[in-house]
Design a protein around this ligand. Structure first.
Ligand code: WTA
Length: 632
């Protein structure tokens, strides 16, 4: 890992070099990986179309870099530790050699089911070791993985399978999360009623429940593994071939499939992991995210394995069997780098210090957070009680679209300040823009966060709809990638992320478009005339979901109707998108042109009705009074 930054001065020098000669900088980093054929051209780009190509002409396979490359020196080193939901169940460990073999065999099963380079494979699975193996098996043969978080509903899964016409689905019989038992295969069966592209389903046995298997379509993974050998050479991939699709919500329409490609993503995942977490050879690293989100892709699977690090995955939840579980697991496996979300920290903080004070946590060296702004109180609790004031806290800002961490501390090599993500990684060129799209040069200012130069991990398109990629990220401001976030830069040039400036809500680090939830509510059109959804500050989840709903008739039994609306959302999107509050209203504050004034709705949801601004231009100013009075 000789591209690891070693001090703040080193950071500054590398940052400067990366701006002076970005191509030279990235070519140097890319040179640390194994390429079957070296690239001809480091970078070709423009943000209009947009078109970004890194390492063109290069041939490689990311799994060769994650696995084969380490076999000689790290073959017997642990690659993966799996900690089950139930602490009494045995954990599982694979060395690099074992993981390599498992990936090759799984890849051969996929081939036997007719999966070829470029085919899409959907993964709808709990956090079991087979999920990591499956992701890598797809990459091994050049199939494009599309991991769908297993908390999404059958409807949401079907939409994603259909959007990219997946040929195969990989799933499990069921799953355990805390005290819950989840019928995973049942959800897949339901989804597949409306998915014609799927030819085969591979089922991992986790719970040994009896599940419905469709003859000729559904196969138990363990049966199929018996029929294949462990020899599967890595498919040579062009640097710009697709590696994966990951669906994410935006401010409009249905979730879109963010596309990452092989070469650039590999370089960025490996580079950012090594620098932010600063792992040493013997370290055990744990990221508590689910592989269904980008954090799990880049910082459970690819980033750590590219660096030959021991990575841990956890099946359970932070509060089971007690709110001390994370810390018990850290002690049990000697975790050195720990990476989690502010929402989890706040939940554990609320459960009281005793749970963390009972554990030593002696091995911890770096603590990370991701997914949403972290408030000062949670940051300090994490730093003091978990890190014992010894460990730097890296507040890592990034997005599904950026592929990897963009603004963050680098282990203990950069200054840190509670609630500040900090400085951009070398190679990353953030700017703050004003309303008109002019760059704000001064410090101590707020603006829209954008990027003015590509980095290898930037998304390349949104699956099947390049126009949408352009409109969402590159059309707001000419020649910039627009993040959708607002940020502040302090006097020292450190960045503090304020939050989304678009209609995206971030609930416990999970992104939802308000439109997506409104569509689900409005689908009950026999009951609902219209709805508007906004986020509001929530003590644990960061943001909660507040829905204003106009019903066709005044509801006789509002609680029953609330329950029905929630059920509809759970069915169409999933449990994670359940509104916290539903207020029935007779109208919504709209401008004369019919646009909903969300600013007013947000204020009411926040419980701050003192200053709603000028409401005289509204179509029906009286409705604001009614909404204020009925606020929950
Ligand atoms: C937010 C997760 C503040 C932000 C990796 C971004 C953050 C969105 C941070 C992306 C952070 C992520 N501080 N806000 N450290 N990290 N965000 O695509 O609003 O699930 O745009 O990627 O989460 O969410 P996504």
């Amino acid at each position: 890992m000789d591209f690891q930054i070693k001090s703040f001065d080193d950071y500054k020098a590398k940052y400067k070099a990366s701006v002076d000669d970005p191509e030279g900088f990235w070519a140097d980093i890319a040179g640390h990986y194994k390429w079957q054929k070296k690239w001809d051209k480091t970078l070709e780009w423009e943000f209009k179309t947009p078109s970004v190509k890194w390492f063109q002409g290069g041939k490689m396979n990311i799994t060769e870099n994650c696995l084969d490359r380490h076999l000689e020196t790290r073959g017997n080193k642990l690659a993966l530790i799996w900690e089950p939901n139930d602490p009494k169940e045995r954990f599982i460990r694979y060395t690099y050699r074992e993981l390599h073999e498992k990936v090759c065999k799984f890849a051969n099963v996929l081939k036997a089911k007719g999966v070829e380079k470029g085919d899409r494979v959907a993964l709808y699975m709990p956090m079991v070791p087979e999920l990591t193996v499956a992701v890598l098996a797809c990459a091994r043969i050049g199939a494009v993985h599309s991991v769908v978080f297993a908390g999404f509903s059958a409807g949401a899964l079907a939409d994603r399978i259909n959007d990219s016409s997946c040929k195969v689905v990989i799933t499990s019989d069921g799953s355990y999360r805390g005290t819950k038992e989840i019928p995973v295969k049942g959800v897949v069966n339901e989804a597949l009623k409306s998915c014609d592209s799927v030819e085969a389903v591979l089922v991992v046995e986790r719970t040994q429940w009896s599940v419905q298997m469709k003859e000729g379509r559904d196969f138990w993974l363990h049966d199929e593994l018996e029929k294949v050998d462990a020899n599967c050479p890595p498919e040579p991939m062009d640097a710009e071939d697709m590696l994966f699709i990951l669906y994410t919500s935006g401010s409009t329409g249905k979730p879109k499939g963010v596309v990452h490609t092989c070469g650039g993503y590999m370089v960025y995942a490996g580079y950012s992991f090594a620098n932010v977490f600063q792992p040493n050879e013997s370290d055990v690293y744990w990221c508590t995210a689910d592989i269904g989100w980008i954090t799990g892709h880049t910082y459970i699977v690819y980033g750590p394995l590219l660096n030959g690090t021991t990575t841990m995955m956890f099946e359970g939840v932070p509060t089971y069997p007690s709110p001390g579980r994370f810390w018990q697991v850290c002690d049990k496996h000697g975790v050195n780098q720990f990476y989690t979300a502010p929402t989890a920290i706040r939940a554990l903080m609320a459960a009281g210090e005793d749970h963390v004070l009972s554990y030593g946590l002696y091995d911890l060296k770096v603590l990370g957070t991701v997914g949403e702004p972290i408030n000062v109180e949670a940051w300090e609790w994490y730093h003091i009680h978990v890190g014992k004031e010894r460990c730097p806290v890296v507040d890592t800002w990034w997005q599904t679209e950026t592929g990897g961490i963009m603004i963050s501390g680098l282990g203990n090599h950069s200054p840190m300040r509670a609630s500040y993500a900090g400085y951009p990684l070398p190679g990353i060129q953030p700017v703050l823009l004003d309303q008109e799209g002019n760059e704000i040069e001064e410090n101590e200012k707020e603006g829209y966060l954008a990027m003015k130069f590509p980095w290898p991990g930037i998304l390349r398109t949104t699956y099947g709809d390049h126009e949408r990629c352009k409109n969402t990220y590159f059309a707001h401001y000419d020649d910039y990638y627009f993040t959708g976030d607002g940020a502040k830069r302090d006097k020292d040039g450190m960045y503090r992320i304020i939050g989304r400036v678009d209609d995206v809500i971030n609930v416990s680090g999970h992104r939802f478009g308000t439109a997506e939830i409104e569509d689900a509510i409005n689908s009950r059109d026999e009951l609902v005339a219209e709805s508007a959804v906004v986020g509001y500050p929530h003590e644990i989840k960061g943001q909660g979901i507040y829905a204003y709903v106009i019903t066709k008739q005044k509801p006789d039994n509002p609680d029953k109707l609330r329950a029905e609306i929630i059920e509809t959302i759970v069915k169409q999107i999933g449990r994670i998108a359940k509104p916290d509050k539903i207020q029935f209203v007779s109208g919504l504050p709209k401008t004369r042109s019919g646009k909903i004034m969300r600013r007013i709705l947000r204020k009411v949801a926040e419980g701050d009705t003192s200053n709603l601004g000028d409401t005289s231009t509204l179509l029906d100013p009286d409705v604001v009074e009614e909404i204020k009075e009925g606020a929950l």
